[in-house]
Design a binder for this molecule. Structure first.
Ligand code: SF4
Length: 295
């Protein structure tokens, strides 16, 4: 982020009216430090403050203030402010079904900067999708940090698989996708949905991160290599042309050559259609950041 901001400086020099802002996880974590370190940055907004953006832009343009909003909101306010994306013309839309994460994978900053899991009431989601379908949308992608745990915390809410069945019943919706999906929370009901729902696209993004049990444990992922491969096998059994994509982290603290070989063999066994592979990068405040210091 700091590197990107450096590249934007000449634009700001050429046009001082240009507004530069940073939003999201890094903004949440760095907050005031971003404004202190980047004198030409105008505004910073955190993960719970996207709705404040118009107000922040107004403060910059009208009062020439540099501003920051990084307060965490309570659960009720978050539920009220779930983003809806009904503007513009498109046949395909993202629909947010949940936000936040309770998993605390040891390398990940998301639970620290996005807060705990909150699932949106299914009636709100279904109403939004019906409105989108009436306006011409034919494909929806249900999004959240871990859609597989949708509704688990909220008493009386339906499961994520049940949500997919209900979206499948909405007239006009022809294709449904979702992301992202934690392997430990991939339920039998969701696996079965791939064999039953005509609207569900034959693709799942399933971030396995690593093929070594030792490293999976250190990552606090909550599943073993065998459990993950078993779920992949069952997915392929109900949907033989399923395209699997995944995320892989290489170079986690303590990872040895043998662990990496296990990742390679898992990748070879699953035959993913596509992979997002990352070199491990330490995130301040995470459990793995402390590991980095000792290895
Ligand atoms: Fe949650 Fe995904 Fe981060 Fe793990 S990697 S803590 S599941 S957002």
């Amino acid at each position: 982020v700091y590197g990107h901001l450096g590249r934007f400086k000449p634009l700001k020099d050429a046009d001082p009216a240009l507004i530069l802002g940073v939003g999201g996880c890094v903004a949440q974590q760095e907050g005031e430090r971003l404004l202190e370190n980047i004198p030409y940055l105008d505004l910073v907004f955190g993960t719970h403050n996207v709705h404040k953006l118009p107000e922040l832009v107004q403060r910059v343009t009208q009062k020439r203030e540099r501003c920051r909003e990084t307060d965490f909101l309570d659960r009720e306010t978050r539920l009220r402010l779930f983003p809806r994306r009904s503007e513009g013309e498109s046949v395909s839309r993202f629909v947010t079904v949940m936000q936040g994460c309770d998993n605390f994978c040891s390398y990940c900053v998301v639970p620290h900067v996005r807060g705990r899991e909150v699932s949106r009431p299914s009636c709100d989601i279904l109403d939004e999708i019906k409105e989108l379908a009436a306006g011409g949308v034919r494909e929806v992608t249900l999004i959240g940090q871990n859609v597989n745990s949708y509704g688990r915390k909220e008493g009386g809410e339906i499961s994520f698989a049940e949500l997919l069945y209900r979206v499948d019943g909405i007239e006009g919706i022809e294709r449904v996708r979702f992301t992202t999906s934690h392997p430990k929370d991939l339920s039998d009901e969701l696996i079965a949905a791939f064999g039953e729902l005509a609207t569900l696209c034959h693709h799942i993004h399933l971030p396995v991160q690593c093929g070594s049990d030792r490293i999976l444990q250190a990552m606090n992922r909550g599943y073993s290599r065998a459990e993950c491969l078993d779920k992949v096998r069952r997915l392929k059994a109900v949907c033989p042309d399923l395209r699997l994509t995944s995320d892989i982290i290489v170079g986690f603290p303590g990872e040895e050559e043998a662990d990496f070989e296990e990742t390679l063999s898992l990748v070879a066994e699953v035959r993913f259609a596509d992979l997002f592979s990352f070199l491990y990068s330490s995130r301040p405040g995470t459990a793995a950041a402390a590991l980095t210091e000792t290895t």
